[in-house]
Design a protein around this ligand. Structure first.
Ligand SMILES: C[S@@+](CC[C@H](N)C(=O)[O-])C[C@H]1O[C@@H](n2cnc3c(N)ncnc32)[C@H](O)[C@@H]1O
Length: 384
């Protein structure tokens, strides 16, 4: 496992992110970086059309990622080493880095541990994720057994939630916003323009420190306030908008560690944390107010366990929720666990919540042409 890099001072990071912005790094957010298996090439025309319309993001997936990087960097060759170093976290030859950053900047970044040098190559200890006009410092993407302690995450579901929320709150203004389970504070950033102030509550102290750096990098001091809190513990008062991308994946007890606290949703098939998020809304969501969070439901013999948990709570607490499905999938991390528990598949939901005397859950499925291939794939992969 790589050592956890100490956190750098804001100075050199602000210098680096300033350079990245000047060089046009934000434009790389259109490049799909997640590799799909080659047989999924049948869906590539859709990815290509989305790319052409500027609708892909840096976590979009493609069977032909090289096609997009190749064509993008033919126009912007100077950006490629920066993208490789700070987004893909690949090694870049020292001489190449010297051609794009001045010696003093490189030295500052080396001194602060933002980058390191090994055998003539430069590596970045951090990832810089471009999203909208913002840059977010996170840990590099690492496989489960390679991840560092107190891992700090940004990923595809961060973007899915942020996009969903932007559409839902377009044109609306709020007083007090909360980003719960904030990680890098990317969701706080997404609602900041709509709110007078936003609290970004997070349990992992390392993530709180990343959030503070990201607030500085994105000029949100005085607007977004990171704080350390175990779920609702240190959250005070009511908010008229609450956004939360909590951990929601089941992981067997013996595999739980500080390396997967971004993912592990707790007991009860990984639903404990999302259910506690829902429960806490009864105390912290203002009237009227809007809350939105992510959760995954295991499906066993056709029954959605998440619906079973949330339905009585919604009625008791006077909360009304709409569960909008955005993915049907299997537990890629641990198919054995999934088989042992008799889970046929998982449905990932964006859950919108408002107060209402009547309570109740409503479910919105993906249209059949999008649901069927995903579901079929999830059901087949379970047997691999
Ligand atoms: C899936 S990550 C999402 C991070 C960020 N909100 C985003 O959208 O990218 C879940 C986050 O919840 C944090 N977390 C885990 N358990 C928590 C708890 N009990 N209280 C608050 N935050 C928690 C993790 O450290 C991680 O940063």
């Amino acid at each position: 496992m790589p050592e956890t890099a100490p956190l750098p001072n804001p100075g050199p990071l602000l210098e680096l992110t300033g350079i990245l912005r000047d060089r046009g790094y934000l434009a790389t957010q259109r490049i799909p970086s997640m590799k799909r298996p080659l047989w999924k090439i049948v869906a590539e025309p859709l990815v290509f059309a989305a790319y052409k319309k500027g609708r892909t993001n840096c976590f979009s997936s493609s069977a032909l990622t090289g096609l997009y990087t190749g064509s993008f960097f033919r126009q912007e060759p100077e950006l490629e080493p920066l993208y490789r170093l700070f987004f893909l976290n690949r090694a870049v030859p020292f001489q190449t880095v010297c051609g794009i950053l001045d010696r003093q900047t490189i030295q500052n970044l080396l001194n602060e541990g933002v980058i390191c040098e090994n055998a003539g190559s430069i590596f970045s200890n951090f990832r810089v994720v471009p999203w909208r006009s913002g840059l977010f410092l996170s840990d590099p993407e690492e496989s489960d057994d390679q991840r560092r302690e107190s891992y700090v995450y940004v990923g595809g579901d961060s973007i899915i939630l942020s996009e969903f929320v932007s559409r839902a709150i377009a044109g609306r203004r709020f007083r007090r916003g909360l980003d719960l389970c904030a990680g890098t504070s990317i969701q706080a950033y997404g609602i900041a323009d709509h709110c007078r102030s936003v609290d970004a509550a997070e349990y992992n102290p390392r993530a709180v420190a990343f959030a503070e750096l990201n607030v500085a990098i994105n000029g949100l001091e005085g607007k977004v306030r990171p704080l350390m809190s175990n779920l609702w513990e240190k959250v005070d008062g009511v908010y008229d908008i609450i956004v939360c991308n909590p951990p929601y994946i089941p992981i067997p007890e013996h595999k739980v560690s500080g390396r997967n606290m971004d993912a592990y949703g707790g007991s009860d098939y990984g639903m404990n944390i999302p259910v506690e998020v829902f429960r806490g809304l009864s105390e912290h969501l203002d009237t009227p107010g809007y809350a939105v969070f992510l959760a995954a439901s295991p499906v066993i013999r056709g029954k959605s366990l998440l619906h079973e948990r949330l339905s009585p709570l919604a009625d008791d607490l006077g909360l009304s929720a709409t569960l909008t499905a955005w993915n049907y999938t299997d537990l890629m991390h641990d198919r054995d666990y999934q088989r042992r528990k008799g889970i046929s598949h998982f449905v990932f939901y964006v859950i919108e919540v408002t107060r209402s005397d009547t309570g109740g859950l409503r479910t919105v499925h993906l249209p059949l042409h999008r649901k069927c291939p995903l579901l079929l794939n999830a059901l087949l992969r379970r047997h691999l």
